[in-house]
Write a protein that binds this ligand. Structure first.
Ligand code: NAD
Length: 243
């Protein structure tokens, strides 16, 4: 019998996590953090890792826009405790064109849905959890990013609905909404002096964050200590949303 009054347990030891976009900045930091805390990890991405992966991490090539590949993936990852959808891209030059719009929404939103439904049986067996990645753009618009903003806002709703729907299987579904993180996806904005100044003027901590600064929230949500948290999107944004 589970003793629900026991002291909180923040361990992810022995869990297996799958991280899409796992050779990217945030996914890569999550993979390192999970392994350092005793978990094993499968990272998936469209591009192979640039540097050798640490022990306990394996790589599977996956484009999250591919229905069949997502549906088939559980055959290669038979046991899963934590599913984290980190794959992502934005495209300032194409998001006002319908093809570009569809492509970005496909990766962030449809990708999340494809993987959560594909891995539902594994997550049911482990009483595991799903973590989506939202954004500060889950809460406000951006003139060059209509698709990215729409997808990130929809992730909040998908997270709520999946949390309801999967609860009967003992699966929790949450999201993390990062602020301004120093990775490839944010490089163009970060290196634009005008854009950077606008962000810094509003951002209380006045700096771009390291991807590892998000990992504590992912570990917490995946651990027994996070077991009452379900259906929420947690801003981890240095206070940006508070201003
Ligand atoms: N960096 C930030 O400031 C920031 C802020 C808020 C949210 N996010 C979100 O965090 C997540 C991770 O982004 P990041 O900052 O690590 O960026 P990143 O560019 O370092 O990593 C993204 C990864 O996704 C992969 N990817 C792109 N398209 C894919 C596809 N079709 N299939 C599979 N993989 C694909 C890329 O190859 C890359 O490795 C994304 O969802 C992003 O929108 C980032």
């Amino acid at each position: 019998m589970t003793d629900y009054s026991a002291l909180p347990d923040f361990s992810v030891k022995g869990l297996h996590a799958l991280i899409t976009g796992g050779t990217g900045g945030i996914g890569g930091a999550f993979a390192k953090a999970f392994v350092a805390n005793g978990a094993t990890v499968s990272v998936t991405d469209v591009k192979p890792p640039a540097t050798p992966l640490p022990a306990g991490v394996d790589f599977i090539e996956l484009d999250v826009r591919d229905d069949a590949a997502c549906a088939a993936l559980p055959r290669r990852v038979p046991k899963l405790d934590v599913l984290i959808h980190c794959a992502g891209r934005l495209d300032r030059d194409r998001e006002w064109q319908i093809d570009g719009f569809k492509d970005i929404v496909d990766i962030h939103l449809f990708g999340a849905m494809r993987l959560a439904t594909a891995f539902r049986p594994q997550l049911k067996a482990s009483k595991g959890c799903v973590i989506h990645i939202g954004s500060v753009y889950s809460y406000f618009g951006a003139p060059h990013l209509p698709a990215y903003t729409a997808a990130k806002t929809a992730i909040v709703g998908l997270t709520r609905s999946l949390a309801h729907g999967f609860a009967e299987d003992g699966i929790r579904v949450n999201a993390i909404a990062p602020g301004w993180i120093n990775t490839e996806i944010s490089k163009r904005g970060r290196e634009n002096p005008e854009f950077n100044a606008k962000v810094m003027a509003r951002l209380p901590i006045k700096r771009w964050a390291d991807p590892m600064e998000l990992a504590g929230t992912a570990l917490f949500l995946s651990s027994p200590a996070g077991r009452l948290i379900n259906g929420v999107t947690i801003p981890v944004d240095g206070g940006y949303g508070a201003t």
